[in-house]
Design a protein around this ligand. Structure first.
Ligand code: SAM
Length: 316
């Protein structure tokens, strides 16, 4: 890690996230039959990391499903900085397909994902729709409903042309997902990207999961841990508070935003039965550490609702 340049270190955060998810799935925190097809090895993680990922994946999946149901499937999803995420396959498996699902990441990450998808029948099968061809090269894969494309999210012209190449329809309700992504780019770039989305899409909902309350001592420790691994959180200013998380959407043309700490999510938005089930999986010694971690991550949703589809009612 120490020898990686900044972008390389950012790309490698996908390996961390996907290994954490892989181990939590292995222990039964949630079920994902597709992840082992992309991430073979399991690497042991601590119980608080596993619970943190459980809360993150559960709340994001629930919110995405709620959006799809509210739009009756007449919608598109763009997962920016998607890494090895399997949401597209999970939604297909749950019989919740959407009109179009686009994943964008650095070429170096998409090429590896592309390789795994091309070589796996189960992952490939889900891409077929209405006899449309699946085409691919080393870094991208395109089908009628699913697109895996490479771009640097800091370069708006690249992002815009990829969205066009994937035949995104700007008038169809579209959900944008950023799961631990924006924080890795300087704030002016994430502002421009959020502005671009609000300018282009008339009806849009965004889910952003990332760090918050980073101005205290625990936040400093999290930052220096990442720095020691060569990875800087260049956009950490937006992670000062729930308000700074909400403000960056409002400042960039969105109609409304709401952010919640993961403590609030874990104790209020996930079903008590699910919490009871997963708390039996592993004994957690360090309850305070988990509370601290949950206090330093948040989910922020934002909406722009030109058609008045009551997207604000999907807030948390
Ligand atoms: N969203 C995935 C998840 O939660 O499992 C991956 C999260 S990982 C922490 C961050 C991802 O964002 C990496 O895959 C990284 O390559 C991608 N990313 C960060 N900055 C990016 C940029 N400027 N352009 C494209 N991708 C970027």
């Amino acid at each position: 890690r120490h020898n990686l340049d900044g972008d390389e270190a950012v790309r490698s955060t996908n390996d961390d996230a996907s290994h954490c998810k892989r181990f939590a799935v292995h222990l039964g925190y949630w079920s994902d039959p597709y992840l082992p097809l992309l991430v073979r090895n399991t690497e042991r993680k601590t119980p608080e990391i596993n619970r943190g990922y459980f809360a993150r994946v559960t709340v994001i999946t629930n919110m995405v499903e709620k959006f799809i149901k509210a739009m009756k499937g007449n919608c598109q999803i763009v997962n920016f900085g998607a890494g090895f995420d399997t949401l597209f396959w999970k939604l297909k498996g749950a019989d919740l397909p959407v009109k179009k699902f686009v994943e964008i990441d650095f070429a170096n990450v998409t090429s590896r994902k592309c390789h795994y998808i091309k070589n796996n029948n189960k992952l490939m099968e889900a891409l077929h729709c209405d006899d449309e061809e699946v085409s691919y090269n080393t870094t991208e894969l395109h089908s009628g409903i699913y697109h895996l494309a490479s771009a640097d999210l800091r370069k708006l012209s690249e992002v815009e042309s990829k969205l066009k190449e994937c035949s995104m329809e700007f008038s169809v309700p579209t959900l944008f997902l950023f799961e631990c992504v924006l924080v890795y780019m300087p704030i002016q770039f994430s502002h421009s990207l959020l502005q671009l989305i609000a300018d282009k899409f008339s009806t849009t909902f965004c889910i952003n999961y990332e760090q918050v309350n980073m101005t205290d001592r625990f936040g400093d420790v999290m930052l220096s841990n990442l720095r020691s691994r060569g990875c800087s959180l260049a956009g950490v200013e937006a992670c000062a508070s729930l308000k700074t998380q909400e403000d960056r959407f409002i400042l960039n043309g969105w109609d409304g935003a709401q952010a919640l700490e993961m403590n609030q999510v874990y104790h209020g938005l996930i079903s008590p039965q699910e919490i009871q089930r997963i708390e039996k999986i592993e004994f957690l010694d360090e309850k305070e550490l988990l509370d601290q971690l949950f206090h330093h991550y948040c989910i922020c949703v934002a909406w722009k609702d030109s058609l008045d589809l009551k997207l604000n009612l999907l807030s948390i």
